[in-house]
Design a protein around this ligand. Structure first.
Ligand code: T3D
Length: 255
């Protein structure tokens, strides 16, 4: 179905694997197109309740394919390729996990930052590679990085472009977890756990937590009221309360 990525679904989780391992999964125009289609598909599919993005081979993603930058207008490359992909990822009201199996460089790091969670393998590393080719962080990097690590650290990472290890990323709060055991099994367990939670509530948390950065307190209070009205009408809310009263484990269905 796809040339540059793989798409699989199992146990309520969509697995999107960037699949150009000989180029460390560098982005091409085709990969942007396919990632957008895969994300739309996972967002629309009612059986999918969590999404994992990972890389084939030893890397997560090395950013733009420097050998295939045939469009000299990089603004257009971003507007047509990267930006719709990042916007789609952020607007999906389901949890998206970056399973960072190896190096995440340039726009590959941006892709990981735009996800809701990052689980890193011990072999993972992160590098703001843009500066080494005289470019600026893009694909939402200037938005997400300072929000995740603070302004001073974000400036340091973006300007110095030094590679950081999985453990350093964990210390900075960039990753939820560095996998200690078999990486994919740990990611799978985390994704399945998320996929069995109240999906609508997670979607609302994502939507309004993202909006909170551009809102004042009274706006956030109103968003919370709107979100709680919606969440309060879900089957999962009823199930959660029933399970609590009956002293049993809830069985959430995402409805
Ligand atoms: O359109 C536009 O350009 C605007 C948009 C820009 C967005 C961006 O993402 S700009 C930043 C682009 N990315 C980079 O600058 C990163 C370049 N890669 C690296 O710095 C290093 O490869 C890594 C730090 C990621 C990994 O280093 P290492 O030593 O583990 O691997 P390597 O030996 O450098 O790479 C292995 C192979 O992958 C190698 O090919 P070869 O020699 O075996 O045939 C290398 O050329 C290839 N490769 C790695 N990254 C890219 C790439 N080929 C094309 N594009 C890449 N980004």
């Amino acid at each position: 179905m796809f040339e540059t990525i793989n798409y699989e679904s199992r146990a309520g989780v969509a697995w999107i694997t960037l699949n150009r391992p000989d180029k460390l999964n560098a982005f091409t125009a085709m990969m942007h197109k396919e990632m957008l289609a895969a994300l739309k598909n996972a967002g629309r599919d009612k059986d999918i309740r969590a999404i994992v993005i990972t890389g084939a081979g030893r890397a997560f993603c090395s950013g733009q394919d420097l050998g295939s930058s045939d469009n000299p207008d990089y603004g257009e490359v971003l507007r047509k390729g990267y930006n719709p992909m990042i916007q789609e990822l952020v607007s999906i009201e389901k949890p998206v996990i970056a399973a960072v199996n190896g190096v995440a460089a340039g726009a590959g790091m941006s892709l990981a930052l735009a996800c809701d969670f990052r689980i890193a393998s011990e072999k993972a590393s992160f590098i703001e590679a843009f500066i080494h080719v005289g470019l600026v962080p893009d694909s939402g990097n200037l938005y997400f990085l300072p929000r995740l690590v603070g302004h001073a650290k974000a400036m340091e990472l973006a300007v110095l472009g030094e590679k950081i290890s999985a453990d350093q990323a964990k210390e900075l709060g960039l990753v939820t977890k560095v996998a200690e055991e078999a990486f994919i099994q740990e990611v799978e367990a985390f994704a399945v756990r998320l996929a069995s939670m109240p999906t609508k509530a997670i979607g609302l948390i994502k939507r309004y937590m993202n909006k909170s950065w551009e809102s004042d307190l009274s706006e956030v209070l109103e968003y919370e009221a709107l979100a709680q009205k919606t969440a309060g009408g879900t089957e999962d809310h009823k199930e959660g309360v029933s399970a609590f009263m009956e002293k049993r484990k809830p069985a959430f269905t995402g409805r």
